[in-house]
Design a binder for this molecule. Structure first.
Ligand code: SF4
Length: 466
């Protein structure tokens, strides 16, 4: 591994000064001015975000949430994208003190999936109705090295189950070289996702004791290498609970600003994982900077306002109640029916090998039913990446309204496909109501598109998108 030079875009002193100000000042007039600006859907600067971090007054918090709901609805409408993680291994060379997969944890059963087992996991996920996977594992490539990952991607895309298949594979693996990222791009991945865990260097050193991941800068520069290799949909995310969440949000803004300045586009998604108990990890039971439910909702709302066109991802770490609340405030993608242990879909009994404890144990069908019953439209669409609408191209299209105009009908058509092929009776009843509610609000042209696409799916066509 190459040792990376110190990254130059993270300014801890500036963040520290902004947080010191935020501790002492809550300027309601300034907060309201920033919320008005956010409602114009143009995003916010790091300084604006710093001001929103100061909001503690309940009435102002209410206004913050209202603005986040407005932006969410204006840009995304009711569509919520569904996906599932597929863990290929829980073997890891690193010593992250909060993670069950860390090398020295002897309480965990270790497992690396063979290609046949990856196929079995894929088949189980397709049979649930999934179309979009996140391929993820401990930070050590199993026997076969990096080629294992390429082979796994190929194998997943090759699996067909009746009319079901995986149409998009996102990847969350250890930082790679530019050449390896090029190979990932050639293997037709969707988003490359990498979490810095914490942007706070001192905390990072305390939490990552050994292994390649102990090199803060190699990790913090990985997204640059991915983008240099042509992967223009990238995903970021801190692990909330390690350092002050307000620090992480401002550092995330600096990371995004750096990517925008260097590559002309920021990140495609942000994940907001909050630390959950992990087998054999004391730190995970007592996070150094525990994030309360109220602060967690603030994180989602502030991110929604700050980067309105960036997808916000919520995993099954959170409870159904929290997931429901954050869908309103800005989350646009959720996982459903997830297992975080390798082999957990094909052999669901073996959960002791999981990375963390899940807060949401419902099946995909139950999650879909709940999402639809709340008036959202669950989406299994994978059109943009397959149509080349990625990176800056996606953002250029998104800003004039693509997400509502294209993703809206695509969400309806892909959800109809799910209902016909996998949905249970109650889920489909909730789904039909959610679709009817959304179609009723559409302008005539979009309504026509949606109805035509649904008709094609009902007639037996699959993978219908614009
Ligand atoms: S967080 Fe990732 S790198 Fe760290 S021990 Fe867990 S799997 Fe390994």
């Amino acid at each position: 591994m190459t040792v990376q030079e110190r990254i130059d875009w993270l300014d801890e002193a500036r963040i520290g000064a902004a947080l010191a100000r935020a501790d002492h000042v809550e300027d309601a007039a300034q907060v309201r001015e920033i919320l008005s600006k956010a409602r114009t859907l143009g995003g916010l600067s790091e300084d604006d975000v710093a001001v929103l971090l100061s909001v503690k007054d309940p009435a102002l918090t209410h206004e913050l949430y209202d603005a986040a709901r407005f932006v969410k609805t204006e840009i995304y409408g009711p569509r919520i994208v569904l996906f599932a993680p597929l863990y290929f291994s829980n073997i890891c060379t690193n010593e992250c003190v909060y993670c069950a997969f860390r090398r020295s944890n002897h309480e965990l059963d270790r497992k690396v999936l063979s290609m046949d087992e990856i196929e079995a996991e894929t088949a189980a996920l397709i049979d649930q109705g999934h179309k979009r996977l996140l391929l993820i594992g401990g930070e050590a490539f199993p026997k076969g090295g990096f080629q294992y990952l390429i082979d796994a991607i190929e194998r997943i895309y090759s699996v067909k189950r009746g009319r079901g298949e995986i149409r998009r594979i996102n990847i969350n693996v250890a930082p790679l070289s530019v050449d390896q990222f090029r190979q990932l791009k050639a293997a037709q991945i969707g988003t490359y996702q990498l979490f810095q865990e914490t942007y706070h260097r001192k905390t990072y050193a305390e939490m990552h004791l050994d292994g390649p991941k102990a090199d803060f800068d190699w990790r913090a520069s990985a997204i640059d290498r991915a983008m240099e290799a042509g992967i223009d949909d990238v995903g970021l995310g801190p692990l909330f609970g390690l350092a002050d969440w307000r620090f992480e949000v401002l550092a995330l803004m600096q990371h995004i600003a750096h990517l925008e300045a260097k590559f002309g586009v920021g990140c495609h998604t942000i994940s907001a994982p909050r630390m959950e108990p992990a087998v054999g990890s004391e730190v995970s039971l007592h996070p150094p900077h525990l994030v309360s439910d109220e602060d967690f909702k603030r994180i989602v709302a502030i991110l929604r306002l700050a980067v309105p066109y960036t997808g916000l991802i919520m995993s099954t770490r959170e409870t159904p109640e929290m997931r429901r609340e954050t869908l309103e405030l800005g989350v646009s993608q959720i996982s459903g029916g997830s297992r975080t242990n390798p082999g957990g879909y094909a052999t669901p009994a073996e959960e002791q090998a999981a990375q963390f404890t899940r807060g949401d144990h419902r099946s995909l069908d139950e999650v879909v039913r709940d999402v639809a019953a709340c008036g959202h439209v669950p989406s299994f669409c994978t059109a943009c990446y397959r149509m080349g609408r990625t990176g800056a191209d996606f953002m250029d299209l998104a800003k004039p309204g693509l997400i509502r105009e294209m993703c809206g009908p695509n969400a309806i058509s892909s959800f109809m496909e799910y209902m016909l092929d996998y949905g249970s009776g109650d889920t489909n009843a909730a789904g039909e109501r959610a679709i009817a509610g959304e179609v009723a609000t559409m302008e005539p042209k979009l309504k026509r598109y949606s109805e035509t696409m649904m008709r094609k799916v009902r007639e037996g066509k699959r993978d219908v998108f614009r």
